[in-house]
Design a protein around this ligand. Structure first.
Ligand code: FPP
Ligand code: MG
Length: 298
């Protein structure tokens, strides 16, 4: 993975602009590199695999730079976000630079891989747009939630798996299905952890989604299942800085209605679907990735 960091940095150094390299070095880089792990598990080690992994990580990094501006997020992975330290304008432009750099490298990969990845980036942006739109209302439409998490999160994981399969000469569609379902499971667990985990474990404020107006799957299910009186109260808590009494109320209701178990089961369902898609290839590492995703606590 060290190699990937070096490769990403070399894309930036090759631009020949010292100030960009200096800003790049200040972008926090403590990510889990899930997408790279996935790519190496599928395609094995080679120069082209490393290129693909670096391209995908760079797109991911660009999307988080923009996302933190959009979400007004000041902390990510327990450190200041880039926008918190250098301002929104620099964060947006650095995101644009990373994204463009990744794209020029992408043109060097096989066409079907490049095409799938570039479509996924359009999907990422569509997902972020939908996320912003949905957070303006108390969204109770589960299909819209799934559409949004597919675009915002699963599409790039799907494209990573597809492109890695193309490099290895495997059937791209099987791996795309694996990546898509893994991505859906990943985002559902992310939405659960926002409620069950702590600031320290998450590296960002916990119980934050609802404050941002986001009715994630646990809230959607809680709303669907709770009594009329609780529904009314729940609606008053969205987009609000919650007192510790209100935080506890939400967690207690999630417990009372078995919502966390329900969502975890749904994530597991997508995890199993992911594994079924690539069962015939017998790649143990891909089972481990699904397990780690569903059982993680940060
Ligand atoms: C995190 O969501 C956001 C994403 C995974 C995707 C963001 C995509 C864009 C901003 C589109 C632009 C893309 C490029 C390449 C420039 P979240 O806010 O739910 O997660 P978080 O809690 O980690 O912030
Ligand atoms: Mg965000």
């Amino acid at each position: 993975m060290k190699n990937i960091d070096g490769l990403m940095r070399s894309f930036i150094v090759n631009l020949g602009e010292e100030s960009i390299v200096s800003f790049y070095d200040k972008i926090p880089k403590q990510g889990k590199k899930l997408r790279s792990k996935l790519i190496f598990e599928i395609a094995g080690s080679s120069e082209q695999t490393s290129m693909l992994a670096a391209i995908i990580e760079m797109i991911h990094m660009a999307s988080l730079l923009h996302d933190d501006v959009i979400d007004d997020a000041l902390i990510r992975r327990n450190v200041n976000s880039f926008n918190a330290d250098f301002g929104d304008k620099t964060a947006i432009m650095m995101g644009d630079i990373l994204y463009s750099c990744a794209f020029s490298q992408l043109t060097l990969l096989p066409q079907s891989a490049a095409e799938f990845v570039s479509k996924a980036v359009a999907s990422l942006s569509a997902g972020e747009l939908l996320d912003v739109e949905l957070s303006k209302i108390f969204n109770t439409d589960k299909d819209k939630y799934f559409r949004m998490i597919y675009c915002k999160t699963a599409s790039l994981i799907e494209a990573s798996a597809y492109a890695a399969a193309v490099l290895k000469g495997f059937e791209g569609r099987d791996f795309a299905a694996y990546g898509k379902n893994l991505g859906l499971a990943f985002q559902i667990i992310d939405d659960v952890l926002d409620i069950t985990s702590s600031d320290k474990m998450l590296g960002k404020p916990a119980l934050h989604d609802f404050k941002e107006g986001k009715v994630t799957l646990p809230y959607l299910y809680l709303y669907e299942q709770c009594k009329e009186k609780d529904k009314k109260h729940l609606m008053t808590l969205r987009k609000k800085s919650l007192s510790s009494y209100e935080n506890t109320w939400i967690k207690d209701k999630m417990e009372e209605y078995g919502i966390i178990m329900l969502c975890t089961r749904e994530a597991k369902y997508f995890g199993d679907k992911a594994l079924n898609a690539i069962g015939k290839y017998n790649i143990d590492g891909l089972n481990d990735i699904v397990r780690q995703m569903v059982e993680r606590d940060f």
